[in-house]
Design a protein around this ligand. Structure first.
Ligand SMILES: NC(=O)c1ccc[n+]([C@@H]2O[C@H](COP(=O)([O-])OP(=O)(O)OC[C@H]3O[C@@H](n4cnc5c(N)ncnc54)[C@H](OP(=O)(O)O)[C@@H]3O)[C@@H](O)[C@H]2O)c1
Length: 306
């Protein structure tokens, strides 16, 4: 049974991915800052410790792993972007990447592939023309964070590991992240359209995202950077209206929440909901990745009936 390490595997993506990997016969070791607070749900899953500040890591886990999936990082939208929080958002990704590189350099191991999360926050605002993997990073905080995150994990290539970086769009899942927040007002009959609603949202169904991580991990033909988004980005307004139609059979009203109010409430973080991100999935399609949920209609039908 091949062993896979998932850093930050206690989070939204890691929990779903662990389920998929265990189903596929892998044993999963989740690296967590607080492994004792988690109880294993299957004999194939265990928790091990790492400490990014002290740059320490469970050596047995590294010694036994065949693949590493690097998901760890402090939540980007959970709290206000104070200088302290911005530093935490960056350090949790960059210093953790550096710790993995150090561990793979110093601890004898048979790791073949490293798959690291990144985000479409890499890209500048995009509407008509889709962002592609070769585009330069946005100079703002998120773009710079993604650049340093990707740069931090890159040295694993010179250690002979195959590196895949997945720049993920918004993962749609009932278990957490943005989607439950989108649903809350709709339940009350209100589809809250953010700003003018014309900003494009590049999303991906959580199951497709997990299948992408699996494919990137096992398929030797994958290497480098790929956008992890569905083929059909939609405007924020379309997303909210589709949700309203499906949840309330048209018995809802669309309420715009003005951009200035969002900027007032969220401060700099408002960029996460107001920025238009039209991101291309052409590169993963060329790798023959088949989406189970290529359209918003298919994704919502599934998520709302689970
Ligand atoms: N979900 C999305 O829509 C989305 C979109 C684009 C990119 N991504 C990226 O994909 C990765 C996984 O996403 P996710 O939604 O699963 O994230 P998540 O639910 O927030 O989980 C991330 C995990 O990282 C660990 N973590 C949190 N703060 C940390 C810190 N200060 N230092 C070190 N580790 C810390 C936590 O594990 P422990 O508490 O066990 O240590 C947490 O469970 C993240 O890096 C995220 O930025 C996600």
């Amino acid at each position: 049974m091949s062993s896979v390490i998932i850093t930050g595997g206690t989070g939204l993506v890691g929990t779903a991915l662990t389920r998929l990997l265990v189903m596929q016969g892998y044993s999963v070791v989740i690296l967590s800052r607080d492994p004792a607070s988690h109880r294993s749900r299957s004999p194939s899953t265990s928790y091990a410790a790492w400490n990014i500040r002290e740059q320490s890591i469970n050596e047995d886990a590294i010694g036994q792993a065949k693949h590493i999936i690097h998901l760890a990082g402090a939540g980007v939208v959970d709290r206000s972007w104070t200088d302290k929080r911005k530093k935490e958002i960056q350090d949790s990704r960059i210093k953790s990447s550096e710790l993995l590189v150090k561990a793979l350099t110093q601890i004898p191991n048979q790791v073949e592939s490293v798959v690291s999360a990144s985000a479409i926050g890499w890209y500048s605002e995009s509407r008509g023309v889709q962002s592609v993997e070769t585009d330069p990073p946005d100079p703002g905080f998120l773009g710079e964070t993604c650049r340093l995150w990707e740069q931090g994990i890159e040295p694993v290539i010179s250690l002979g590991k195959r590196l895949v970086i997945l720049r993920s769009g918004i993962a749609l899942s009932n278990e957490g992240g943005a989607f439950p927040e989108f649903k809350k007002p709709v339940r009350l009959g209100i589809a809250s359209v953010l700003g003018n609603g014309r900003q494009i949202v590049s999303w991906i169904h959580i199951d497709d995202l997990c299948r992408l991580y699996l494919e990137a991990m096992i398929n030797p033909h994958w290497s480098g950077i790929y956008n992890a988004v569905a083929p059909q980005p939609v405007t924020n307004k379309t997303l909210m209206m589709e949700l309203g139609n499906k949840m309330k059979r048209n018995f809802y009203i669309a309420v715009p929440i003005p951009g200035f109010l969002l900027r007032l409430l969220l401060g700099e973080r408002s960029i996460e909901v107001l920025k238009s991100s039209n991101v291309s999935c052409e590169k993963i399609r060329k790798q023959n990745f088949q989406f189970i949920y290529p359209t918003l209609d298919a994704a919502l039908r599934d998520l709302l009936h689970r």
